[in-house]
Design a protein around this ligand. Structure first.
Ligand code: FAD
Length: 477
């Protein structure tokens, strides 16, 4: 009688507690993945995420196949599909790793009940986070609402559990079972094929995640504290889509980083700023676990009354990278082309949408959800609420990013803007972040006619800032 491993946000063989537990059960193993766009409350993966998922499943299926295990694909409500597979082949045990979105939690609870009533044993574990959301708690047991004390508590726990090695040998379930072909799911874009930039930029899958982690931990991580705010350079790991899909775990990263410090303890101090970001990720899940409507509603209730504007033209200009603010436009075009955006740009572009245009953060969150390969319910919602000033540990609303000075500070040579907004490439760095203030002769020399080659600013930042502060004044308690 076989054991079933339900793969979810853990698309890897190494450090996969569900797979290891199934291997240890001594039963023949079958693997399954369910594309669930239908369960109540589910937020289906967006376009870029579906592209990633397709390739990641392909890689996972091949890796399992090498070990003699088949990955069965099913589509529909996960509860129904897992139960159906279990019934079809007479599964005795089911193993899976938890997810934490409210709809996923509801699916798991229902599934636990029905499997128990079918007499099937199940085992669940953590493959996605360094620590479970409930493992870090305030003295009285409540959730942390501020990151700094959370980070202290997270660090004081010491090493997260050591990663599990990938099982060497598995006995695959050899019987018949029905499943879909990956191609039938049409996860890849068809007409138009917008995924060229994604293909150029990424190789989804566990092997590539491990390679990217090695490369980063062997060098760039040591300069992370200085390099992380320079979008033009290789300053950050770019592991976010791999982490989101569980092709690599934060535990693997923590221990791989630690291992590189054995001969030189001073390295750890330089690696900590990166480790701290992994704790931010755990903190986002901690927040989502304790506040399940994090992705839908502002954590600060006064923001329910915020006088947002309805501005379709503004949203269109923002999403297409045509606001007339080069740093904003560069970020939005990087996102569209590669399915990823540097963290500094996520903050700048989000601030522009919410504060300069007064468009609700939920619209920006939805656009990111559709266009990011790493779109993640917890991280995305926390990021947007942080920028909008309505989250738990949050930037104050009145701190409004100036897209021009942000550009001058974080892209001082203008090389990031030149890469993504090539129509401005010939502008000297003095004006590249503020073309509308450049003298006409400079623009002429650079071959730029504003309003023709590149838009005039769609809002005046100084005035938009005043307008945002007034709006905020209306809701401030
Ligand atoms: P690194 O700097 O190398 O960090 C390593 C890892 O730590 C990241 O891969 C990520 O998993 C985690 N991490 C880093 N920064 C954060 C953070 N601020 N919050 C939570 N986790 C973090 N991240 C997502 O993974 N998915 C999202 O959908 C997402 N949406 C965001 C939306 C907004 C408005 C903002 C401001 C931030 C968002 N982030 C999101 C967080 C952050 O921007 C990305 O995780 C980061 O840019 C990914 O690049 P990296 O892998 O090179 O990160």
């Amino acid at each position: 009688e076989p054991a079933l491993v339900w793969f979810r946000q853990d698309l890897r063989l190494a450090d996969n507690p569900a797979l290891v537990a199934a291997a240890r059960s001594g039963r023949p193993v079958l693997a399954a993945f369910v594309l669930d766009d239908e369960s109540p409350g589910v937020r289906p993966a967006g376009g870029a995420s579906r592209w990633w998922l397709h390739h990641s499943l392909e890689a996972l299926a091949a890796a399992l196949q090498e070990r003699g295990v088949r990955l069965v694909l099913r589509r529909g409500p996960a509860e129904r599909e897992i139960r159906a597979v279990a019934a079809e082949i007479g599964v005795r045990e089911v193993f899976w790793s938890r997810r934490y979105e409210p709809w996923s939690i509801a699916v798991e609870r229902r599934l636990e009940e029905v499997l128990a009533s079918d007499g099937i044993e199940l085992r669940t574990g953590n493959a996605l986070l360094a620590f479970e959301p409930w493992e870090i708690a305030q003295k009285g047991g409540g959730p942390y609402k501020v990151f700094t004390p959370y980070w202290r508590a997270w660090s004081e726990r010491g090493a997260p559990p050591a990663p599990l090695p990938a099982p060497g040998r598995l006995e695959g379930f050899a019987g018949k079972v029905t499943g879909d072909a990956l191609a039938d799911w049409a996860l890849l874009p068809h007409k138009p094929d917008w995924a060229g930039g994604l293909r150029e930029t990424w190789t989804p899958g566990e092997a590539s995640a491990l390679d990217a982690a090695e490369t980063f931990l062997d060098g760039p991580v040591l300069g992370y504290a200085q390099g992380r705010d320079r979008p033009a350079g290789p300053g950050t790991s770019r592991l976010s889509p791999h982490l989101h899909w569980g092709e690599i775990s934060p535990r693997q990263l923590w221990h791989a980083a630690r291992l590189r410090c054995l001969e030189d303890e001073t390295r750890w101090g330089r690696m900590l700023p990166f480790i701290r970001q992994l704790a931010w990720r755990d903190f986002a899940y901690h927040s989502l676990w304790h506040f399940p409507d994090l992705a839908e509603r502002p954590m600060r209730p006064e923001f329910e009354r915020f006088p947002w504007r309805d501005d379709e033209a503004g949203f269109r200009a923002w999403s297409r990278g045509r606001t007339g603010y080069p740093m904003v436009d560069a970020g939005m075009r990087e996102l569209w082309h590669t399915g990823w955006m540097h963290n500094r740009l996520r903050m700048i572009t989000a601030s522009f949408l919410v504060k300069d245009l007064l468009i609700p953060w939920q619209r920006g969150e939805a656009w990111f959800r559709d266009t990011l390969c790493d779109a993640d319910c917890a991280n995305n919602a926390m990021g947007w609420q942080w920028v909008a000033g309505c989250g738990i540990d949050t930037a104050p609303f009145f701190r409004i990013f100036n897209p021009v000075t942000q550009g001058e500070r974080h892209d001082p040579e203008g090389s990031y803007v030149r890469q993504w907004v090539p129509e401005l490439a010939r502008l000297p760095k003095k004006w590249i972040h503020n073309p509308s203030a450049a003298p006409p002769a400079v623009l002429r020399e650079a071959g730029v006619t504003l309003g023709r080659d590149y838009p005039e600013p769609i809002v005046d930042h100084a005035r938009a800032r005043e307008r945002a502060l007034e709006a905020y004044g209306e809701v401030r308690g």
